[in-house]
Design a protein around this ligand. Structure first.
Ligand code: NAP
Length: 297
């Protein structure tokens, strides 16, 4: 996926809030039109396969929400529900069947899959051209090398937001707090690809506030309510809060940070809506490529 935003996505803020809800709505609208166009031209609607292991209520809700959003955008869903007792080999087989099925264009394996399963092995059974959630080693390497491929959806959504608000990253000091494989690490790689100077922070970082105070761009990806004090935000910095904690609270102390930031994402309504929008967009892109048509053509 390209992280360069179409002109129609450019957003002029009326205050210093980055409106992820509005941007995601526009991106989903474009994706819906692309899915309809694909159906008209090929007779095939894009199809996202979702794989769920067990019945964890949060995971069931996430998967259902993704299926509903797919339906709204003209993307078909295929659901594979597996018992919590499934073995790694059985899960790998189920994913491999979807990878080989020409009627499935994208695959989403809902995380977590259970402690007894080798999650990496299951993710790696996703064919790279169907990895619309950007979870395979192939996708991660492509992101790192700056090569075409599917990006991890939340980092991809963050980059779209920054681009839509014309945040020039070249030469800026970006401090990424969090280093998970789906969020912190890839967003740092994407920021580096846009010529930011990137510092990663994590639970062993010795003086997080001092590093945050030096940041032109802060990306919070931790899952600790209000870990980042607004008073540590450099005046004029851009603050992206991917954290989502109980009570609709982010990782940044929003009210105080907002007084100092030039741009800031709200929680909710900032990064969250962008994640699913990127998933839908990448599914239609995958289908377009697999059906032999040029993307964006
Ligand atoms: P994760 O896998 O638990 O990773 C959390 C990261 O934060 C780890 O790298 C950890 O460091 C670091 N960390 C923990 N405590 C810290 C501290 N006191 N100081 C500095 N760093 C600390 O979480 P994740 O999956 O990346 O998710 C992070 C947050 O983003 C969560 O709130 C999650 O709900 C949210 N999220 C939102 C979306 C969305 O669509 N908006 C998508 C995914 C995740 P170590 O590596 O040293 O343990």
């Amino acid at each position: 996926m390209s992280t360069t935003t179409q002109n129609s996505e450019k957003t002029r803020p009326t205050d210093n809030l980055m409106d992820g809800t509005g941007l995601a709505r526009r991106l989903v609208q474009q994706t819906t039109e692309a899915a309809a166009d694909l159906l008209r031209r090929t007779g095939t609607a894009p199809c996202l396969a979702t794989v769920l292991v067990g019945e964890d209520p949060a995971s069931v809700t996430y998967v259902r929400m993704k299926q509903n959003r797919c339906a709204g955008a003209g993307i078909r869903s295929r659901h594979v529900a597996l018992p919590a007792s499934v073995s790694t080999a059985e899960l790998v087989d189920a994913v491999a069947v979807l990878s080989a099925d020409p009627d499935v264009h994208g695959i989403l394996l809902q995380h977590p899959v259970g402690p007894h399963i080798d999650e990496r092995a299951a993710f790696e059974a996703i064919a790279p051209e169907k990895d619309v959630d950007g979870v395979t080693m192939h996708s991660f390497a492509a992101m790192g090398f700056g090569l075409p491929g599917f990006v991890s959806c939340t980092p991809g959504g963050i980059m779209r937001l920054l681009d839509a608000y014309d945040v020039d990253l070249a030469g800026k000091h970006a401090v990424v707090v969090g280093r998970s494989a789906i969020l912190g690490k890839p967003v740092g790689m994407l920021l580096l690809g846009q010529d930011a100077t990137v510092t990663y922070c994590h639970s062993r970082t010795s003086d997080l506030p001092a590093l945050v105070r030096e940041a032109d761009v802060v990306v919070a990806a931790v899952g600790r309510p209000r870990l980042i004090a607004g008073t540590d935000v450099k005046p004029g910095a851009v603050v992206v809060d991917a954290g989502y904690n109980p009570g609709n609270v982010g990782d940044v102390d929003f009210e105080t940070a907002r007084e100092r930031a030039s741009l800031i994402t709200p929680v909710p309504g900032g990064v969250g809506p962008m994640t699913i929008a990127v998933l839908l967009e990448q599914t239609v892109t995958a289908a377009t490529r697999q059906l032999g048509l040029p993307v964006g053509g």
